[in-house]
Design a protein around this ligand. Structure first.
Ligand code: FAD
Length: 381
């Protein structure tokens, strides 16, 4: 049985690597420098089935186990150097498409899910505000009921996909005195009057993913634009975050595997003091530690997949995965750069780009400190 699963996973991963190499290859240095979002790559990933794969069958998706999707994500991260594109797709999947599949009404699902799955619609999740980052439920964006509609006012920032989004999940409070119990999720189309999307914000890494602000000025949406129920936005948010924290870093497992192989090759080839640098334990032990940390990171990600596939809660395990994989990824990327020396420090080198990309991972979907807070609270502290 377990051999069959292994073979199935190997074939899924190999297929994803082949697809990424054939269909998603590009001049990544130039794209990264220019901050180019590859819409054609987005479309190809959607046609490959990436978005629909884990959406349940009764919601129109393929209903594959989450563990299979994680395997595909890992393969894409190995075969595709455009980590920004994969990050954009993950944000879209975990914080818009999946919450809509889980919490949406039949009408909402019918209206938006096909487009979110086939690549024609791009989703963005608007929770963070200038004054509400880690303390996200202190948000000021508010929604006031007016007859059959709500009027939204406020501003969201650092939102992945915002400059190019078609559909946003906007979190707003219907009553600030209620705290988290006032938070409500709304589905807002970007063609709606009163919603403005900024141009992309320049950032250090993940430059091919577009990040921006969303401003809502007297933005009127129908009452049936609520995702879930009024005052139950935290539930939608938490379920989106459980998926996102647990799964968004699966692509980085592939990226780290690719980097590890490159480091081993370099450590064998590069000679100093008359021998390959890999003959020094300072280098070989660093590479051994990279391998161990990558294997441990992989286990934590797939543990989330197994739990969710068994219909279990994985809030703490998702926070453990997010914390360990992001911290591993940043240290791993710095270690790779050390192994390459000055060559790895050059602008546009894969190691330099990977290090810049990796740093974002200790911030998005909740910083490492916030993951520790979640784990501690789940442990009853
Ligand atoms: C690449 C990227 C993509 C993003 N995409 C999105 C998106 O699509 N949608 C969205 O809504 N947001 C998005 N964000 C925003 C992200 O969710 C926030 O940046 C994050 O929640 C942290 O908020 P902050 O940046 O305001 O930091 P702050 O909350 O100001 O934190 C600053 C520092 O204080 C620490 N800190 C704060 N409170 C505590 C505490 N209680 N205990 C211990 N330490 C604490 C933090 O860990 C951090 O080190 C994205 C961010 C990045 C970098």
């Amino acid at each position: 049985m377990s051999n069959r699963i292994d073979e199935h996973r190997i074939s899924l991963r190999d297929n994803a690597v082949r697809f990424a190499r054939d269909q998603l290859s590009m001049d990544i240095a130039a794209s990264d420098r220019a901050g180019t979002f590859h819409r054609d790559g987005w479309q190809k990933c959607a046609e490959f089935g990436l978005i629909s794969m884990a959406i349940p069958k009764d919601r129109g998706g393929a209903g594959a186990p989450l563990s299979d999707l994680l395997t595909v994500m890992e393969g894409l991260g190995y075969g595709c150097e455009d980590l920004g594109l994969l990050f954009s797709l993950n944000a879209h999947l975990w914080t818009v498409a999946m919450p809509l599949a889980i919490h949406g009404t039949p009408e909402q699902r019918l209206r938006f899910l096909p487009g979110l799955m086939d690549g024609s619609l791009i989703g963005a999740n608007g929770s963070t505000e200038e004054e509400a980052g880690s303390d996200v439920f202190s948000m000021r964006t508010h929604a006031v009921r007016d007859g059959d509609s709500y009027i939204l006012n406020g501003s969201k920032t650092y939102i992945t996909n915002a400059p190019i989004a078609d559909l946003c999940v906007i979190y707003a409070t219907v009553d600030p005195t209620l705290g988290p119990l006032g938070i409500t999720a709304f589905l807002v189309e970007t063609t709606n009057p009163g919603i403005e999307l900024s141009s992309p914000l320049e950032k250090m890494g993940m430059r091919t993913a577009q990040m921006g602000r969303i401003t809502l000025k007297d933005c009127r949406v129908p009452a049936d634009a609520i995702l879930g129920r009024e005052g139950r936005g935290v539930k939608v948010f938490e379920s989106a975050m459980e998926h996102e924290r647990g799964c968004i870093l699966a692509t980085t497992l592939g990226a780290m595997s690719r980097s590890l192989e490159a480091c081993i090759t370099h450590a064998r080839k590069r000679r100093q003091f008359g021998q390959p640098i890999g003959k020094n334990q300072a280098i070989s032990h660093r590479i051994a530690d990279m391998k161990v940390n990558l294997d441990a990171a992989r286990e934590l990600v797939y543990r989330v997949g197994r739990l969710k596939d068994a219909g279990k809660d994985a809030m703490m395990e998702a926070a453990c995965a997010k914390l360990f994989v992001s911290e591993t990824y940043t240290k791993f990327s710095l270690d790779a750069l050390r192994i390459y020396g000055a060559q790895g420090y050059l602008a546009d080198s894969p190691t330099e780009r990977e290090l810049r990309n990796s740093i974002a991972s200790v911030i998005y979907s909740g910083t490492s400190d916030i993951q520790r807070n979640i784990i501690a609270s789940e442990l009853g502290l």
